[in-house]
Structure formats: structure tokens, C-alpha cells
Ligand binder design. Structure first.
Ligand SMILES: *[C@@H]1O[C@H](CO)[C@@H](O)[C@H](O)[C@H]1NC(C)=O
Ligand SMILES: *[C@@H]1O[C@H](CO)[C@@H](O)[C@H](O)[C@H]1NC(C)=O
Ligand SMILES: *[C@@H]1O[C@H](CO)[C@@H](O)[C@H](O)[C@H]1NC(C)=O
Ligand SMILES: *[C@@H]1O[C@H](CO)[C@@H](O)[C@H](O)[C@H]1NC(C)=O
Length: 279
């Protein structure tokens, strides 16, 4: 029985493996679908994006007013803390109070209000839900904006999960989102990087699916050279040594190695990124 430790996210780039004798290069697979699902699902608010600027008359002044009040409070706090930017904060506060009185005066010109707001980096878009404090779920939109510990890709109808940080890797590898025993776990060999789980428990993982997972593991690793080796095993053989730091796991069982070439796999990776379900 062979057991080895894989250090993730914490590891200095210590191991450099120079042997490429068993090179398995990735070939771009043939896609069966003419259309890939539409791009990323959680883009920014349509009002804030590429569209033409909204006319001043269409601004939601009520939201703007709340934002001004909040910014005044935040600026007061910054001034209270002192520091090198005190002068900037003071003049921001001045501009904010001027804007506030402009807004509450019925004779004010909306164009002037809006241009002052824009110069203070204010908008009239509803705020994002605050990450701190008690959670308020306001339906699917609020939910979808909450941070996910991993990216969710799909390839050939098979889901591939990619952890974002060391703590997320633990959730994916040994925590609440851990894979089923027979699913596939991957990680760039010898380098800090994301843990990847392919939600596929076939006895034999289809090669293009394995390639997709390996490319993602290589891309989201610290080894930024074109070629990278990726270790893979079944999820059941990934465990956490007692007291180990976040992202540190132990592999047992058969550990395979797949070598990918990020240059050759570039187009394939792009397609995977375009079809990402949850980023
Ligand atoms: C991962 O792959 C490398 C080759 O790149 C190999 O030397 C190492 O033993 C593998 N890791 C484990 C835990 O088997
Ligand atoms: C993926 O799933 C859809 C809907 O279930 C099906 O129509 C399609 O053929 C599947 N594609 C592959 C490659 O398995
Ligand atoms: C990381 O990159 C180097 C080249 O800089 C390469 O020789 C090595 O095989 C890569 N390491 C892994 C684990 O893939
Ligand atoms: C792999 O996991 C299975 C199931 O948990 C276990 O029986 C087996 O001993 C593991 N292999 C190694 C080498 O740890």
C-alpha cells in the first residue's frame, strides 16, 4: 500500500519533475453539440455593464439617497480613524453633504445631481446582499450571488468541480461536498493548486472527461508551465490526516498520473470556461 502526502496551497514549488518519457498529450476532443450553454450565469447587473448610460431622469433617487447616507457614514468612520488620506476623506465628505442637500431641495436639477453622484462613484443600483450578518435569502437571485466554494464545469453532461481556496479544497475533498467513493479526484502533482472532482463513477472514466479534469487541475495550480502532471485517484482514497492544515490531504490506493499540455489544451479549456455553470 502506497500512501503519500499531497500538500496543497501551502507548498513551495519544491518538486520539479523533468521526465517526460510517458507523455500523454491532450488532444482536443470532438464536441457533439453545436451549441454550448450560454456563458457565465452571474454577470454583473445589466444596468452597470456595457449598455449606454442611463438618462438622469431615469435614476432611482431614493436608492441614490440611501447610498449617499451610507457613504457619509463610512466616510465619517474613515475620518475617525485618521491616517494619511484624511484630506481626501474630508473633501469627499464635503462633496457628499453638498450632494445630499442638492438632492433634498425640490428645485435642484437632476442632471447636476446625477453628474455629482457619478463623480463620487455613486450609482442608483440596488446594493448586493452583505456577506456579513444574519443571512437573508431573498429568493433565487440572492442565493445565486452567495459565494460558492468551487467552480462548476460541465463536459459531456458530466459535472466537474474545482475548489477555489485551501479551505474550499477541504470541503470538496473531505468535507460536505466530497465526491462519491468511486468518483475521480485530481490535483496537479507536486504543486499547490485546486482540488478537482469529476462527478463520474464509471469503472473506466472516459478519457476526454479525465483530460478535462486534468486540464482544469493544471490550469488552477501554481505550476504555470505548459506541461503539467496531474495525479488522480478515486475519491474514496482521499483522506485528511488528523490535525492537517487546510488543503492537506492524504492519497491512498491507486494513484494515476496524467500529463497535460496547457498549450495544446488551450481551446478545449476555453470551451470549458465558456460552459462554466457556476463561477
Ligand atoms: C503523483 O505523480 C507523481 C509523478 O508526477 C508521482 O511521482 C507521485 O508518486 C504521485 N503521487 C502520489 C500520491 O502517488
Ligand atoms: C446530455 O443530456 C441531454 C439531456 O439529458 C441529452 O439530450 C444529451 O444527449 C446528453 N449529451 C451527452 C453527450 O451525453
Ligand atoms: C511544472 O513545470 C515544470 C517546468 O517549469 C515542469 O518541468 C514540471 O514537470 C511541472 N511539474 C508538474 C508537477 O507537472
Ligand atoms: C482506498 O479506499 C478503500 C475504500 O475506503 C479502502 O478499502 C482502501 O484500503 C483504500 N486504499 C488505500 C491504499 O488506502
Amino acid at each position: 500500500m502506497r500512501i503519500a502526502l499531497v500538500l496543497i496551497m501551502l507548498l513551495a514549488t519544491s518538486t520539479v519533475i523533468r521526465s517526460f518519457r510517458h507523455t500523454l498529450l491532450v488532444h482536443r476532443p470532438i464536441f457533439h453539440h453545436a451549441t454550448t450553454p450560454p456563458g457565465r450565469l452571474f454577470l454583473s447587473d445589466p444596468n452597470s455593464g456595457d449598455s449606454a448610460p442611463k438618462p438622469a431622469a431615469a435614476w432611482n433617487l431614493k436608492i441614490l439617497k440611501n447610498k449617499i447616507t451610507n457613504k457619509i457614514i463610512r466616510t465619517h468612520k474613515k475620518i475617525g480613524k485618521g491616517g494619511p488620506n484624511l484630506d481626501t476623506h474630508m473633501s469627499t465628505l464635503q462633496a457628499l453633504t453638498t450632494l445630499e442637500s442638492l438632492l433634498s431641495s425640490p428645485s435642484s436639477d437632476v442632471d447636476a445631481i446625477v453628474s455629482a453622484a457619478l463623480s463620487l462613484d455613486l450609482d442608483d443600483l440596488p446594493s448586493n446582499p452583505q456577506p456579513r450578518g444574519p443571512k437573508k435569502m431573498k429568493g433565487p437571485k440572492a442565493q445565486s450571488k452567495s459565494r460558492k466554494p468551487f467552480r462548476t464545469y460541465t463536459f459531456e453532461n458530466i459535472t466537474i468541480l474545482v475548489g477555489k481556496k485551501a479551505e474550499d479544497n477541504d470541503i470538496l475533498s473531505v468535507g460536505e461536498a466530497r465526491g462519491e467513493p468511486n468518483e475521480v479526484w485530481l490535483h496537479a502533482s507536486g504543486y499547490a493548486g485546486s482540488h478537482v472532482v469529476i462527478k463520474c463513477d464509471f469503472d473506466e472514466t472516459p478519457r476526454p472527461v479525465l483530460n478535462a479534469g486534468a486540464l482544469l487541475a493544471a490550469k488552477y495550480s501554481k505550476n504555470q508551465s505548459n506541461r503539467a502532471k496531474v495525479n488522480y485517484t478515486r475519491c474514496r482514497n482521499v483522506s485528511k490526516p488528523i490535525g492537517a492544515k487546510p488543503g492537506l490531504v492524504k492519497l491512498g490506493g491507486d494513484v494515476g498520473v496524467i500529463e497535460v499540455d496547457l498549450k495544446i489544451g488551450e481551446g478545449f479549456l476555453e470551451e470549458l470556461e465558456e460552459a462554466v455553470k457556476i463561477n
